[in-house]
Ligand binder design. Structure first.
Ligand code: NAG
Ligand code: NAG
Ligand code: NAG
Ligand code: NAG
Ligand code: NAG
Length: 521
């Protein structure tokens, strides 16, 4: 009897005290965003109701080849903090980018509907009207704005109308400049890696004193390079100063229009056609052996990136062109190098196409299509691609594969298999000859598509910058709970602790008394 009672009270104490402490510690730690100890606590109805409901934001990333929608969320009263915005959900509608619907009345707007419908379900109804929604279009629309400014304005107007028919807080639809696209990508990378500031254990935002990471982005119609540099940026168009959390960052950023994946493939074909003639059969060294395709010659010269190369004599855009892959790494490399211009440079040094670039420095993150190319190279060849020599070896091996060999190794990539040799060779030329990554700097590139749970791209940086989520100055500690709630919690904590202690000592006393009488009898 004695042992049982004492054991009971001991057990109670052992269970109740840690549970109560954990509960409150959990709430407090949760406010500090390091809730790792009692994750279940924040899900209890009582405690989740004490937390302010999250705020949401939507970004539609209208790329050249497809649109993506990202929904972000953050604690409602942590507006000016950092590291607090996370990705809630994402959506990838079927079909092409909005620029591909040029001239098709209503189609560009319609292409966004499935994702916007999803957004109305992913975000609680009460928050709809408070949720900002941004649409940013990139190189596909930049090209359309060159070839047909009227159609480009029409497409933008139309997607704007569609978004406004939803209950969200519409913030506009715009075409980002290449410089903006590069800088927002860089902001996203460093925000997600917590390189700006980090939430310290003692409840202060700290400057982690870390170097920032450069950003390498590869879209359908353009590619961007952005990094912090100490060197002078000789071309002021590539210079950008950012003031974030009380720090100055001096960026080099350049976006190469027509150097996105689809435009590179188009320019490569146009280059081969110009060299080999534009009728009948053509050999393509970057297509795998065993692959062939028939296309209309006109489709190669319909873009501002290739229109200047349109054959001048005897050109019939409707003529059929039969292209056959030969899978020859060296000839592919030779032709690919020719779509870059490494000749004259009006500055002290250039990457290519007369574009100034300081020496690359620090670590980099390569994302979007770079990630998929790198992953394909590693998985199909088994070569770890961490140096320029390994990149060449893997690209050589991929270019040497026939289409049927590729299909065995990567069946799920079937519609894109023919493009991996060209994409790999392009990456090699761009990184090593263009940007100047060498044996020392190349291993410092990490190929990633996500950091934490969020996709890496310009979208998050764009939303952070256009809302008040990215302050120029240092931020102080912000409590997520209202002072009243804090007081209530502290009071409850004290009350529970006292009750528990009283209960435990009472039990212990009673146990002792009983024990004494037991001995006496
Ligand atoms: C965030 O900063 C902006 C301007 O710097 C200010 O107007 C706003 O009230 C701040 N929000 C919070 C929640 O402190
Ligand atoms: C289209 O290009 C012109 C000329 O560069 C520019 O002024 C205009 O702002 C662009 N349109 C949009 C919607 O960005
Ligand atoms: C480009 O490819 C064609 C066809 O395979 C080939 O004949 C030519 O030599 C290549 N050019 C270079 C510079 O390698
Ligand atoms: C850039 O790199 C080259 C070759 O590695 C070197 O010769 C040059 O001094 C570097 N320039 C700067 C400004 O560091
Ligand atoms: C290319 O593939 C052929 C067989 O298809 C093989 O004999 C050759 O060694 C390969 N070359 C390289 C460089 O891998």
């Amino acid at each position: 009897m004695v042992e049982k009672l004492t054991l009971n009270s001991l057990a109670t104490a052992l269970v109740v005290i840690p549970a109560v402490s954990c509960l409150f510690l959990g709430i407090i730690l949760n406010q500090l965003f390091i809730l790792k100890i009692c994750p279940y606590v924040s899900n209890l109805p009582l405690f989740s109701s004490l937390q302010p409901s999250p705020q949401y934001g939507i970004v539609l990333d209208a790329g050249s080849s497809h649109t993506a929608m990202y929904i972000y969320k953050w604690p409602a009263d942590k507006q000016n903090g950092t590291g607090v915005v996370t990705q809630h959900t994402e959506c990838h509608p079927k079909g092409g980018g909005i620029s591909s619907y040029a001239g098709q009345q209503g189609e560009a707007g319609r292409s966004l509907k499935s994702c916007l419908d999803q957004a109305t379900r992913d975000i609680p109804r009460a928050r709809h009207h408070l949720t900002p929604v941004y649409l940013g279009a990139t190189a596909g629309m930049r090209l359309l704005n060159i070839s047909s400014p009227v159609q480009s304005a029409q497409v933008l107007k139309e997607v704007g109308h569609t978004i406004q028919s939803y209950p969200f807080n519409y913030q506009g639809a715009a075409i980002l400049s290449g410089q903006e696209e590069g800088a927002y990508g860089w902001v996203t990378v460093n925000y997600l890696l917590e390189n700006f500031i980090k939430y310290g254990f003692v409840g202060h935002w700290l400057s982690p004193g870390r170097q920032t990471v450069g950003a390498l982005d590869f879209g359908g119609a353009s590619t961007q390079i952005t990094f912090v540099t100490k060197d002078e940026v000789e071309d002021k168009r590539d210079r950008m100063k950012l003031h974030l959390y009380g720090h100055d960052y001096s960026l080099y950023t350049h976006s190469f229009l027509c150097y996105g994946r689809d435009q590179v493939f188009k320019r490569l074909l146009a280059h081969l056609v110009t060299a080999q003639g534009h009728t009948g059969n053509m050999s393509h060294p970057c297509f795998p052996a065993g692959y062939s395709v028939i296309m209309k010659v006109g489709t190669l010269f319909d873009s501002p990136c290739t229109v200047a190369q349109t054959p001048s004599s005897g050109y019939n855009p409707q003529a059929a062109l039969s292209v056959e892959g030969s899978g020859d790494y060296d000839l592919c490399l030779g032709n690919m190098t020719e779509i870059f211009s490494f000749h004259s440079c009006p500055f002290s040094q250039c990457s290519f196409d007369k574009v100034f670039q300081p020496n690359v420095s620090g670590s980099f993150m390569a994302f979007s299509a770079f990630f998929y190319i790198h992953q394909f190279l590693q998985t199909t060849t088994g070569i770890l691609v961490a140096t320029p020599a390994q990149l060449e070896e893997a690209a050589r091996a991929v270019c040497n594969m026939s289409i049927s060999e590729m299909l065995v190794l990567a069946p799920h990539q079937k519609p894109r298999l023919q493009d991996f040799c060209a994409a790999s060779v392009f990456t090699k030329v761009l990184f090593t000859r263009g940007y100047g990554f060498d044996e020392i700097s190349f291993p410092r590139i990490s190929f990633q598509k996500k950091a934490g749970d969020a996709s890496v791209g310009w979208a998050l940086g764009y939303m952070l910058s256009l809302s008040s989520l990215l302050p120029g100055e240092c931020v102080g500690l912000r409590k997520a709970l209202k002072p009243g709630a804090w007081a209530t919690l502290l009071f409850l904590f004290a009350l529970l602790l006292t009750t528990t202690l009283m209960y435990v000592s009472l039990q212990a006393c009673r146990g002792k008394k009983k024990g004494n009488s037991d001995i006496a009898s």
